[in-house]
Design a protein around this ligand. Structure first.
Ligand SMILES: C[S@@+](CC[C@H](N)C(=O)[O-])C[C@H]1O[C@@H](n2cnc3c(N)ncnc32)[C@H](O)[C@@H]1O
Length: 814
């Protein structure tokens, strides 16, 4: 630390050092300067005048030049678009930082000041400095102002936060900003005077790990007076009481414990020349890292209340959905009367039995309904459900002649690979045998992938091809399903894949990251922009939404992040190049190595919205071509459902989420799901898809190529189908949660309005993924029996969940 220049030292701090009229005196001092015309519009000259007053007249509690330079350098480095300062006083920091901020391309600088007289001084001096275009002075207590700015949509994110106000409010205001999602990865905090006069609770909070914060939140707070930590001296606590009364702290703010900070102390001098210690904090995240969904504060206090509220919601909606079912059934009866007069579907060939597994899920149900259109054949449905609990919504579908309960799949795929029989395999084989099934369409979940593959092999062997199956064998299923093997396979096929490494040890992940960084640096001679994400090779509900970009801003943060990954020889992790761009998913039916049905759509959060890409679009065509190449490589024994997740690298990263059809698509397959995708709902009402499945039955002999017997080479693709959503999911996420968030002061009106308008648009113009007017019972059962029973079970067993997927009936445990 360089020596302090005594010539610029402020006057000594007196016993009473502010709010004694000196702030207004300062205004007169500045405005009576003979060189006022030169000062006007010059932030530097305004600061010089303020410094002169503090040196020659009275002390001012400004950040000062020495400490200020730390923040101005930070501004130049971070280039914030939005900056907030808590505590503006007479506007010194606001003018110093506002100037640097504007030069660095900043757009909005909010200066929050509780004392209206001080705020008036700031406004006057900011105006004189010519900074009114970027600086907005907000009068009021910081927590109230933050909430209001957020609620009115004026403040949506903070790139740089400067804390220099009421010491006990540092932690509570930071927690508030975290909860409102104003502080996210990439945000930088600079806090003044954390060592002297000191701010132990703040230091403790920003230095804690996620676990420590969670544990601290659970502990009973005993050492607090009026929400103020007893470690603060009385003088600090009562500093602003005289004029403004006792500050009310927002102690309800719980913060986001998942945000973990990396902190660095900077030594400097107070403007009086007294050495000071300054804390600059760079936010970095540990688990669950940068989620694609913004962090939403848990305003529902417990799982019990959450589950109880959802059960009540189901009860509340019961009359309306029962009425809907009644109307639908009446409509169907009338329709049947009418269609019996106009004639039924003409029988064509021998009647076959088609088994569809996974009918509890929207995808299985959609396929059952599509095949039901071919009324001549018999559709049997099956799915796993608990013994003596008729929970599966699919069992009540009009499309299904008979439903069978299956045992649950074995969750450990390694286990099921070793064993030839599991309760699931046995129960499924029994259904195929009892029903003398001609075609089994496997539409099951990820949990049963390997066992389904096993059943496929056994059935083909036992029935000598009499029973046809839409399901790949075990080896192919594993090769496609396991992320590491899939990437290797794609490389073997010469396909473009993101750079990927399989890591069994944390040290190797660290080494790869530092090696890549060094190589990139030496190639370009400057900082690399290449970023990576990590994923567990096996299934992991808790980490799958995690999108933390590596390397983190500092080596130690990257190390800390890697160290918390549950990586081992048995549970390897992938380190994969991050491709910035939109994600897409596809669904395809492949028969004997040929794609027979295909659809592509943009991926949405939790995959609860489906909008098909036009089949003729360049993107859809590119994804289809890729699917065709993979299908062909599987040979003539390759029959099953094939879904991929693709990332599209945009040439101009700024258009990240908007699709520009004129760009040449640079697609990267990142994952494969060798099973049906919920996107199959986009085929609803499309008889042609049913025909593609029935063609499998027409193939004469297992060794005969498909080409010889195909009626058409045309691939079934939905053209301009309706958009799909799930009303239960949208009702909660777009209507109830935003309203509750708004009422509890956490959400903004603008956000709630936007969500509500999306909900209404979906309700009016989109189709529900489960409801069908001629087959309404599965919908009713899903929302009024299946989910309430699941929530009740969670209350009774204490099972905790963080998200649910209405379409796949899956609960993500936490
Ligand atoms: C140390 S001074 C700020 C100095 C200023 N940042 C500078 O360097 O020029 C602290 C200021 O915070 C203000 N303040 C105190 N509690 C506050 C709160 N809860 N919300 C907003 N401002 C507050 C005080 O009125 C005072 O003006």
């Amino acid at each position: 630390m360089a020596a302090f220049d005594q010539n610029k030292a402020y006057s000594t701090q007196e016993e009473i050092f502010f709010d004694d009229g000196r702030e207004i005196e300062l205004l007169h001092f500045v405005y009576s300067k003979p060189e006022l015309d030169d000062i006007r519009g010059s932030p530097q000259l305004v600061l010089k005048a303020i410094d002169e007053f503090a040196r020659t007249r009275k002390y001012l509690m400004n950040v000062g030049e020495d400490k200020g330079i730390i923040v101005t350098s930070l501004i130049t480095e971070v280039k914030p678009k939005v900056m907030v300062e808590l505590g503006g006083y007479i506007g010194y920091s606001c003018i110093l930082f506002g100037d640097a901020f504007r030069k660095a391309g900043g757009k909005e600088y909010f200066s929050l000041e509780r004392n209206p007289e001080f705020a008036a001084v700031i406004m006057s001096l900011v105006d004189l400095a010519g900074l009114s275009d970027v600086v907005k002075v907000v009068v009021g207590s910081s927590d109230v102002s933050i909430k209001r700015l957020h609620a009115t949509g004026q403040l949506q994110h903070i790139d740089l936060l400067f804390l220099d106000h009421y010491k006990p409010a540092y932690t509570t205001d930071l927690k508030l900003c975290e909860e409102l999602n104003l502080i996210t990865p990439g945000s930088v905090l600079a806090a003044d005077n954390v060592i002297k006069p000191g701010n132990p609770p703040y230091l403790e909070y920003v230095r804690s790990s996620t676990e420590e914060k969670k544990a601290a939140a659970k502990r009973e707070v005993t050492d607090m007076t009026n929400g103020v930590d007893s470690r603060f001296p009385g003088r600090t606590v009562q500093q602003y009481d005289k004029r403004l009364g006792q500050a009310k702290l927002n102690v309800a703010a719980k913060g986001n414990p998942n945000l973990v900070y990396e902190s660095k102390l900077h030594n400097s001098f107070e403007p009086t020349g007294v050495p000071s210690r300054y804390l600059i904090l760079v936010t970095t995240l540990t688990s669950p890292r940068m989620s694609t969904t913004p962090y939403r504060p848990p305003f529902l206090p417990s799982h019990f209340i959450k589950n109880s509220l959802l059960i009540s919601l189901s009860l509340g909606c019961l009359p309306l959905s029962s009425m809907l079912v009644f109307l639908s059934v009446s409509f169907r009866l009338l329709h049947c009367l009418f269609s019996s007069r106009t004639g039924q579907t003409v029988a064509n060939g021998p009647r076959k039995t088609i088994l569809i597994t996974g009918v509890s899920m929207a995808k299985g149900l959609a396929l059952a309904r599509i095949l039901h259109e071919h009324a001549h054949h018999r559709i049997v449905g099956a799915d796993d459900e608990p013994v003596l609990c008729a929970l599966s919504p699919g069992r009540f579908s009009h499309a299904i002649s008979k439903f069978y309960r299956l045992d649950s799949p074995t969750l450990d795929s390694g286990d099921s690979r070793e064993r030839d029989t599991t309760p699931y395999i046995t129960s499924l084989l029994r259904v195929i045998e009892i029903e003398n099934v001609d075609l089994w369409i496997s539409c099951s979940s990820v949990a049963s992938s390997v066992e389904d593959g096993k059943v496929a092999e056994i059935v083909e062997r036992k029935t000598r091809g009499k029973c046809r199956v839409v399901q790949f064998g075990v080896q192919m299923t594993e090769r496609l399903h396991e992320k590491d093997r899939f990437t290797t396979y794609m490389k073997e096929l010469g396909e473009r894949v993101p750079a990927t490494w399989i890591c069994e040890r944390k040290e190797s992940m660290e080494m790869i990251l530092s090696g890549r960084e060094d190589a990139a640096k030496s190639r370009s001679g400057k900082e690399t922009s290449m970023q990576f994400i990590t994923k567990s090779v096996g299934l992991s509900d808790s980490t799958r939404a995690d999108m933390t970009l590596l390397p983190l801003p500092t080596l130690s943060a990257t190390r800390a992040y890697i160290s918390q990954l549950p990586m081992s020889m048995k549970n390897p992790w992938l380190l994969q190049e991050f491709i910035a761009g939109p994600e897409f998913c596809t669904h395809a039916l492949v028969v004997r190595g040929r794609v027979r049905a295909f659809v592509a759509c943009p991926s949405s959060e939790l995959l609860m919205n489906y909008k098909a890409l036009p089949p003729e679009s360049e993107l859809s065509r590119a994804m289809l071509q890729f699917t065709k190449r993979v299908a062909k490589s599987g040979g003539t024994g390759f029959t099953g459902h094939l879904s991929f997740d693709f990332l599209l690298r945009m040439k101009d990263s700024r258009v990240g989420d908007t699709l520009n059809e004129t760009q040449e698509p640079e697609l990267y397959p990142i994952e494969c799901n060798p099973r049906a995708h919920t996107a199959v709902v986009l085929f609803r009402g499309m008889k042609e898809l049913g025909e593609r499945y029935l063609e499998i039955l027409e193939v004469d002999g297992m060794d005969k190529g498909f080409r010889g017997v195909s009626k058409t080479h045309h691939i079934a693709m939905p053209n301009n189908p309706p958009k799909y959503y799930w009303v239960g999911h949208d009702l909660v996420t777009l209507l109830i949660l935003p309203v509750l968030r708004l009422l509890s002061g956490w959400g903004s009106l603008r956000e709630a309005q936007k969500d509500a308008s999306n909900f209404i648009t979906h309700l009016l113009f989109w189709k529900d993924g489960t409801f069908e007017i001629w087959d309404p019972l599965p919908f009713w059962w899903l929302y009024h029996v299946y989910w309430p029973m699941q929530f009740l079970n969670c209350i009774v067993t204490g099972r905790k969940w963080s998200r649910i997927n209405v379409s796949t009936t899956k609960m993500f445990e936490c």
